[in-house]
Design a protein around this ligand. Structure first.
Ligand code: MLT
Length: 262
């Protein structure tokens, strides 16, 4: 089965691709992408039921955005998705970067629904004041000048030097289509997010922590440290990959996810 569902959430609906059969994996995309960043994970549909939403404000989802899109709001939406497509079932939650921030919020809200966590190229820490201020300035700039500068800067940071050119083309296409209002609201939401570092030891769900060797946004040294603070974790550093390790090295990442869950 491979379907696009429209799932009602507060103030609108999310577009959710649901494909495959087996234990469920909820894939939560990073900023400012959409579910298409998980294209490399589609081979997992032969053994798993892959639930791939476009978060509020992104991709084909049509839901109110407002001034700030908080990680709590995203997590609330995903709880609605789980209730509607995976009721009475535990799921593996796999989040990349902003998707990881949301995975921590989901754990806080409904840990009993989560069988495994896969944390890709992300961090538990909140923004420093300086980073948060930078995000606000970027949001203000987007309001006046549009998103070109942000898109160029993201494209310069997302990939490792050996990323396949096709990945860059695909990601650029997604970045060009994002609405400015969603960019601004998610930037502000990330700046306000909770610091989960003090709570990492409380997370007893088995966690697979994946980081591209060349990730300059959430570098391996920081992710390895985060993995060490989780109660039950494995850390994988992926060669020849940057911040989008699942997209840049799908075969290796899929093999690690599959053996982790099975
Ligand atoms: C992402 O990939 O989701 C972003 O780089 C996260 C962030 O800006 O903190």
């Amino acid at each position: 089965m491979d379907k696009k569902l429209t799932i009602p959430v507060r103030g609108g609906a999310l577009s959710v691709r649901v494909a495959g059969q087996g234990p469920a994996i909820l894939f939560v995309h990073g900023f400012p992408l959409d579910h298409q960043m998980w294209t490399g994970q589609l081979p997992l549909t032969s053994d798993f039921r892959c639930i791939m939403p476009d978060l509020r404000g992104f991709g084909a989802s049509q839901a109110e955005v407002g001034e700030v899109l908080t990680m709590t709001q995203f997590a609330e939406d995903l709880q609605s998705v789980l209730q509607q497509v995976a009721a009475n079932q535990q799921v593996c939650v796999c989040g990349l970067s902003m998707g990881g921030y949301i995975a921590f919020e989901l754990w806080q809200r409904c840990a009993d629904r989560i069988s495994h966590l896969v944390l890709c190229d992300t961090r538990a820490a909140a923004d420093t004041m300086e980073v948060a201020r930078g995000r606000e300035l970027t949001a203000q700039k987007i309001a006046v000048e549009g998103s070109r500068e942000l898109v160029t800067s993201m494209l310069g940071k997302l990939f490792g030097p050996s990323a396949p050119p096709q990945c860059r083309v695909e990601v650029e296409r997604i970045l060009q289509s994002v609405r400015a209002s969603s960019l601004m609201a998610a930037l502000r939401g990330m700046a306000q997010r909770t610091d989960f570092t003090p709570r990492l030891a409380e997370i007893r769900i088995p966690a697979l922590v994946i980081c591209g060797h060349d990730d300059v946004i959430t570098p391996p040294v920081e992710m390895r440290q985060m993995a060490g603070q989780l109660a039950d974790s494995q850390f994988v550093e992926v060669d020849s990959a940057g911040h989008l390790a699942p997209l840049e090295q799908p075969e290796l990442v899929n093999a690690r996810i599959a053996s982790f869950i099975s």
